[in-house]
Every structure is written in structure tokens, then in C-alpha cells.
Design a protein around this ligand. Sequence first.
Ligand code: NDP
Length: 280
Amino acid sequence: MSARIIDGKAIAATLRAKIRQYVAELGYQPGLAVILVGDNPASTVYVRNKDRAAREAGIAARTIRLPAATSEAELLATVAALNDDPSVDGILVQLPLPEQIRAQAVIDAIDPAKDVDGLTQVNAGRLLAGVRGLVPCTPLGVMKLLAAAGVSLTGARALVLGRSVLVGKPVAALLTAADATVTLAHSRSRDLPAECRRAEVVVAAVGRPEMVRGDWIAPGAVVIDVGINRLPEGRLVGDVAFAECAAVAGAITPVPGGVGPMTIACLLENTVTAAMLRRA
Ligand code: NDP
């Protein structure tokens, strides 16, 4: 293996410690409310981890658990109450939502100033407009990993694989803002291996286990693997074939222990940012 491993777990731990220190000096406790509808096992674990990490950072976290049969109107009423609650700085609605609820309608009901997941259309628009707002946690985590690894983005050819609203599109916007030359590829793109081989920075967010192969990667390229895929035998893998790509890349993130821990650390950072902007 030749690639340097970008240790997301360690980088996230450093960021969480900084946030804890910062919160301790704030003079008030930022508040985070996480809403979980139903009992999707993965969501339940994510919410528990977010709640624990927030508490450890000194954030007043609360999880609101609603039954799977909750109506959209009931969920909107819960969001409205949190919007009006001055002790709440950040609101996160854990996705996915049950099918009777329109996710975007609920997300857009969140006060943009409390939208710590950065998914309201207002914050998505601010990101494209280059105006300060709250940036989605996983894309923010990707940028922090690149910064911590000392990757120079100015003029760099970057390929983002996946164009979701949650990951691919905001990552492409952030890389563009950081002066990279960005290609945004997706399921209709032609010749992905060739697109990938041109890139000095590859960010994979497709949700396809180990799709990116070693011979897709240019020697020395930086590879950030956002994917989290559970194989039938239970093992977690990313969207990148790790061993093959690590043999060629200059630096690479592992799964687990890469982007995942950064997502939670960035949620804490966004909560503190939201608190400071609201209470300034
Ligand atoms: P989505 O399913 O919303 O989007 C997947 C994107 O990948 C789409 O744009 C799709 O293209 C594209 N795609 C799918 N198949 C292919 C293919 N064969 N070739 C090229 N492009 C393809 O997923 P998300 O963006 O929400 O998540 C992506 C991955 O990241 C998942 O594994 C998810 O679990 C993980 N994730 C990890 C997080 C973390 O904290 N580490 C947080 C969020 C997600 P098209 O638009 O054309 O359909």
C-alpha cells in the first residue's frame, strides 16, 4: 500500500475536542433537537450517536421520538414548536422519513437559522450564491478532511461521483468555491473510469459497494470515500475498493473511520455556528 491514510476518526476527535473547549467558554449551552420518526434501525443508531456526541461536547441535546404513523401535519407542528423555542439553536430531522411524509416539505419548515443539516432550500441557495449559511454536515466534513490532509485545491481537477442534494451537489459547490476545477458525475455519465483517471481529487458518493476500482485512480490522487454500504455478510465497505485504490492513490480515507465521524463532528460545529449567529 502506498497511500497515506486520512484518519477521519482522529481528525473528528480533534474537532470535537475543540468544539467542547469552545462551548465551555461560550457562557451558555447551545441546544440541539433531533427528531426521529419511527424505528429504522440505522437511523436509531445515528440519532443515538449524534445525541451522545452533542452531550459530550457540552451541547444541550434532546431527541424527540415520534411513532412511525406520525402524520406530516403532526411533524410540521413539532418543527414549528422547535422553531419558536429560544433554547433550541439547531433542529435536525433524521432521514429517511416514513412515506406518508414529504421530506422536503418538513425540511423547508425548519427555520433556516436552525437548519444544522443545511438542507433547507434557503441554505442550499446560500451555498450556491456564496453567502454565509449552514452547510450540510457530510460535505463540510469532506472539505475538512481535505484541509486536514493538506490537499491543495486551487486549480486541482476534482471529480465528484454522485449528484445527490445531500452529498454530491454540495460537495461540488464547496470544491468550486475552493477554486478546484470540478466535474460532477452520475449514473448517466459516460466512461466513469476515464473521468476518474483525470482527477487529482476523487470524492465518491454513489452508494455502490466498492464501485471505484484501482485502475480508475491516477497515481498520487486523493480519494475521499463517502459511501457506507453494508455487504450481505455484515461487513461495511465504501464506494471505493480500498486496497486496490490505496495501492495507487497518494492519500485515501478508510470506511469506516473516514468521512462518517466527520459528519457528526460537523453537526456539532454547525450547532455552535447556529447558536452564535442567532444569539449574536
Ligand atoms: P443517493 O442515492 O441519494 O445518490 C447517489 C448518487 O450516485 C446519484 O447521483 C446517482 O446518480 C449516483 N449513482 C448511483 N449509481 C451510480 C453508478 N452506477 N454510476 C454512477 N453514478 C451512480 O445517495 P447519497 O448521496 O445520499 O449517499 C451516497 C453514499 O454516501 C451512500 O453510500 C450513503 O450511505 C453514504 N453517505 C454517507 C454519509 C456519511 O456520513 N459518511 C452521509 C450520507 C451518505 P443519479 O443522480 O443519476 O441517479
